[in-house]
Design a protein around this ligand. Sequence first.
Ligand SMILES: [Zn+2]
Length: 192
Amino acid sequence: MAQMYFYYSAMNAGKSTTLLQSSFNYRERGMTPIIFTAAIDDRFGKGKVSSRIGLQEDAELFNSKDDLYQILINFSNAGKIDCVLIDECQFLTKEQVYQLTEVVDKLDIPVLCYGLRTDFLGELFEGSRYLLSWADKLVELKTICHCGRKANMVIRQDEAGNAIADGNQVEIGGNDLYLSVCRAHYKEALGR
Ligand SMILES: [Zn+2]
C-alpha cells in the first residue's frame, strides 16, 4: 500500500533539495513523479521548485480552491503517475490534505509532502496541522540555530533586523527575512 509522508522543518533546512532528490530517484528508476507547489510562492518564477543549491524542476501550481484528488485522477488517466511530490505543503487546506489521503488510499499513489511546521508566531499552518494528524510517516528535516542547537522555530525580521511579533501568517511580496532559530533564541528575539 502507498503511504503519505510529511517532511517538515523550519526554514532553510533543504526541503526543496530533498524533494528534488526524491524526484530524481524516481526518474532514475524509470518512474514518473509529479511535482506541485503553492501558487502563493513565486519567488523563483511560476511553476518551479528551486533549491538553494541550484537544482530546479518544473511544477504544477496549486491554490486553495483546487481539488487535488480530481486533478490527480485526471493526470493519472492521462498517463501513469508513480509518486506525488508537494512543496510548500503548509499552504494546503484541510480539505486538500484529505484529498491527498484519497490519492494514497484509493489511487494507491504515494504522496510526499514538504513544508514548514509552524509560522513565525509558532502556530501550526493549516496544512501542517492535518499532515501531522493524518500522514503515515512524519520525517523531520533538521537545521541548526546560530548557537548550534536544533532550529525548530522561525523568526520574521523587518529590514532593520528586528523580530516581528504580529502580522499575517503569509506576507506576499514583503522584504522581510525569515530566520530559523532554536526555541530559546526565538523567545529571546521576541523578548519573551
Ligand atoms: Zn539558538
